[in-house]
Design a binder for this molecule. Structure first.
Ligand code: ATP
Length: 269
């Protein structure tokens, strides 16, 4: 399972503090973490076992980052299940792969299981999915839902998806996941927070940098775009004789980096 790339143990360095914005998800995860930390008492008190969360939204806006930060917040190992590699060529292979992967996750439990690009496996499955519903994806989908519903081991699922329209409604129904969050391109306040995170992380934040101005200059930029701006500006400042970063340089780099939302818009139209 590991060799085939279906399941991977991910080393986590990011925490919830490394996420700018996503102000609904972060407190929710902190609350779940408080429950898992005191699970025995919580269960005795009548709290239900946390199942998992589905995070859907734009690329580069922090879904993977949140999956990793969840494991850090819960202080649990993170296993990443790759839906693309799970799909086998032979009859029964995909289900077999999924069954084995979930068995491994249960053996590793307590852990966080990050199911990346969950929509890939379910295109066509369920009543509302597009693509007509192949038998394999429908069976796989059923298997996953049943497992989610009935799992007794502490495997907290973080499923991430870019395309909500590819997800079968059954997956979105209340009760499958504890919660579903949508992530969009960051607004100005969130962009400011993301600049702060990336500048602080690289020890380049100082009072001379106008974060508000940078947030205004980056409308339509994703978190990943903002990270690119910071990285590029640091490289240029280094090549320019290790100059301290300033707003003018960050602005200049911003103009050179085409934000993801613009690239995506071009692709759609
Ligand atoms: P994809 O669907 O393309 O995998 P994603 O939503 O999972 O996208 P991430 O992989 O989490 O996006 O983001 C890429 C990188 O961009 C992150 O590692 C992080 O450095 C930066 N980033 C994205 N969003 C944020 C954010 N909200 N705060 C801080 N950094 C962010």
């Amino acid at each position: 399972i590991r060799k085939s790339g279906i399941l991977e143990m991910v080393t986590v360095t990011e925490t919830l503090d490394n996420i700018g914005g996503l102000e609904k998800i972060k407190p929710w995860l902190r609350q779940k973490s408080g429950i898992l930390e005191n699970w025995a008492q919580a269960r005795a008190f009548g709290v239900e076992s946390p199942k998992g969360v589905l995070i859907v939204g734009m690329p580069g806006c922090g879904k993977s980052l949140t999956a990793k930060a969840t494991a850090a917040q819960f202080a649990l190992p993170l296993l990443k299940m790759d839906m693309g590699s799970l799909m086998g060529k032979y009859v029964g292979e995909s289900e077999n792969n999924m069954r084995r992967a979930l068995q491994v996750a249960e053996a590793v439990s307590p852990c966080v299981l990050w199911v990346d690009e969950v929509e890939k496996a379910f295109v066509g499955a369920g009543s509302g999915g597009s693509g007509g519903g192949s038998e394999v994806t429908t069976r796989l989908f059923g298997y996953f839902l049943t497992w989610m519903q009935e799992k007794t081991k502490q495997v907290f699922v973080v499923a991430t998806a870019n395309d909500i329209s590819a997800l079968p409604p059954e997956l979105l129904r209340k009760g499958r996941f504890d919660e579903i969050f949508y992530v969009d391109f960051p607004n100005a306040v969130e962009r400011e927070a993301i600049f702060r995170v990336h500048l602080e992380k690289r020890r380049k934040l100082h009072s001379g940098i106008d974060l508000g101005a940078m947030a205004q200059a980056t409308e339509g930029y994703s978190g990943a775009d903002i990270e690119s701006v910071v990285k590029e500006a640091i490289e240029l400042a280094f090549l320019d004789g290790c100059k301290p970063l300033d707003t003018a340089l960050l602005r200049r780099v911003t103009l050179d980096i085409q934000p993801l939302s613009v690239v995506m818009k071009d692709r759609i139209t």
